[in-house]
Design a protein around this ligand. Structure first.
Ligand code: SF4
Length: 115
């Protein structure tokens, strides 16, 4: 298997958008992300072109998207202090919808970078 190197790759994981990442790939997998922080390194190395997960999960089990949306709505409706969390790897439009949802339900927003 040959090693490929991509220079000046951009990491879009946390929003800092570092654009000096050097990626090393073997086949479909990224094996090294030089200059990336630990978050970016994990992000690059754990993303492939393979489809690893179903469209949705409920309690860790595969579910339809419709049933997952209903389950999420039920969780949020029943929550005392709803938290809209994550928001990485999604579009600006999706982030906008998440913030609107948090405002609608009286919740708060946090991103994974608070870790
Ligand atoms: S996760 Fe790390 S490498 Fe990626 S954009 Fe953010 S700071 Fe840069």
């Amino acid at each position: 298997m040959s090693l490929n190197v991509v220079k000046d790759a951009t990491c879009t994981f946390c929003g800092c958008v570092c654009d000096d990442i050097e990626l090393h790939t073997e086949g479909d997998r990224i094996v090294k992300a030089k200059n990336a922080c630990s978050l970016g390194d994990a992000w690059f190395k754990n993303h492939t072109a393979e489809r690893l997960f179903p469209d949705a999960l409920i309690d860790g089990k595969p579910a339809t998207l419709d049933s997952a949306v209903k389950a999420a709505a039920d969780f949020l409706y029943d929550a005392n202090m709803p938290l809209v969390y994550g928001l990485s790897n999604i579009t600006c439009e999706a982030q906008r919808e998440a913030v609107a949802l948090a405002e609608m339900i009286g919740g708060v927003v946090d991103s994974h970078t608070s870790l």
